[in-house]
Design a protein around this ligand. Sequence first.
Ligand code: NAP
Length: 544
Amino acid sequence: MRRHNRREGGRPLKRLDAIVIGAGFGGLRALLELRGLGLETKVLEAGAGIGGTWYWNRYPGARSDSEAWSYCYSFSREIWDEWDWPDRLPGQSDVLAYLEYVADRTDLRRDIVLNARVTRAEYREPDGDWQVETEDGGTYGCRYLVSAGGILSAPIQPAFAGLEAFEGDWYMTSRWPAGGVDVAGRRVAIVGSGATAVQVLPITAQTAAHVTLFQRTPNYVIPARNRPLEDDEREALKSEFEEIRQQVRNQVFALPIPPANRVADGLAPDEVERILERGWEQGGFHFIFDTFDDLLVDERSNALACEFIRNKIRAIVEDPAVAESLCPRYPLMAKRPPLGTEYYEAFNRDNVSLVDISETPISEITPTGIRAGDRTVECDVIVFALGFDAGTGALSAIDVRGRGGVTIREKWREGPRTYLGIMVDDFPNLFMISGPQSPFANIPPVVENSVHWIGKAISASREKRALAVEPEAESVAAWGTLLNQYVDATVIRHGTDVRSWFLGANVAGKPTRPQFHFGGAGTYFSQLEQSMEAGFDELRFHRR
Ligand code: NAP
């Protein structure tokens, strides 16, 4: 391909075939794929290290909710055989170490530029190229731009009155200092009760003088049941490579969980209870997928699981008023349920308090604490676990301009518009990994399947000697319609009422639309395959 450096606007322009934004699970895998196609590629990473989510989210207790043997790549049998996971659910430092190992093992680092936050990307006609700019003044030109910024990487900033005058220390969980934070003997306030706060609370309570959790909406917290893996389990996993791959390929959220092969309807109450109890003991998403296959689509079945969890909360939490405040009243999965370790149990500790702010929101941060209604909680440290502008947030944070200067923010003003969650009309040669409208599922398998499709689409474009490739507007519209149907068929549609990030409802002013594909990961993988088999007939190739 054409490759030369030229100067534009007085700045040197580094000419490449492809640029990948982000060096997390998606970006690393994309670099490998594009290199395999013979494309000169660089990854531009905002952080000072690789790892994406696992680089930024170093808060105490950070741990994956997916079993280790599915929260990894499957492109290399050698890497699968070489890597040993210590725990059932890998911790932040283990996932980071794994990604660093993969990067070294496949010699990725020489093409990764760290501390390079992409601020602008502009499609240039008639060349069919992208010009990409970084915060530090770097300018790059490329034919293919791959956005791998992640589904949950644009954090919601704390915008509370008075925060600037707070005399203690405050932290965002997604920007946690690499050296950690010593909370020993200090009074800590945690704002938020999502998956992150659920992990932070019990660990913080072990050393802090006191921890107060400010909860606006309770969540259904399922026991994580993490544990160390035994040597013989690790050995067995190595020989089950193909079986695990198949299981993940077919499971609705790409998890290594077999189908339950039963529904709740028609079963006696004590049988329902026994099955849910077994799921609760297994822990993690087994509670949802290894109990009844219709939990996400049948409101009655879902209600049985909800009441089961509420009864667990009432049984675990000793103070009945606190227990009731912790009980959610909406369908399970209308919000993403967190996995917890000793979460509800933590509220029995003398040094843990719950402040229910569902009726009386936080009004201000005072110099010494947090005020909600007529109550002020004094604290030395505030931990904000406020969540993310999911789906569209990562790419919208960049000034991305497609054909005719249209920005991605304008394009998505009424909600995300994509084809397969990978391409956007009017944004030729732009590909997304884990973009909006891609599946809500275990990330690594989604990444690997998406990257495969992207590689094939780029190859097809090059074979056709096309200058640019983009989806037909009708394919984009049809994808949006399909995604609405998926959500309408599940309890996830209730997420609008409870500020679910699945639907973008957690961000003020964001249109409430499905941010993800909820039709099942296996369905999505088949959709990618059909598209490839059909020769990408829903894409438009612009020839020279
Ligand atoms: P989240 O689930 O969106 O939770 C954010 C929390 O902040 C919610 O409780 C929210 O309350 C609260 N909040 C936001 N603005 C607030 C305000 N102005 N005042 C008071 N409370 C406010 O975010 P998250 O906990 O970071 O988790 C996001 C996702 O990341 C998870 O769902 C999960 O997919 C992923 N994650 C995964 C793991 C894992 O795999 N183990 C761990 C952590 C996170 P409302 O609910 O009322 O809006």
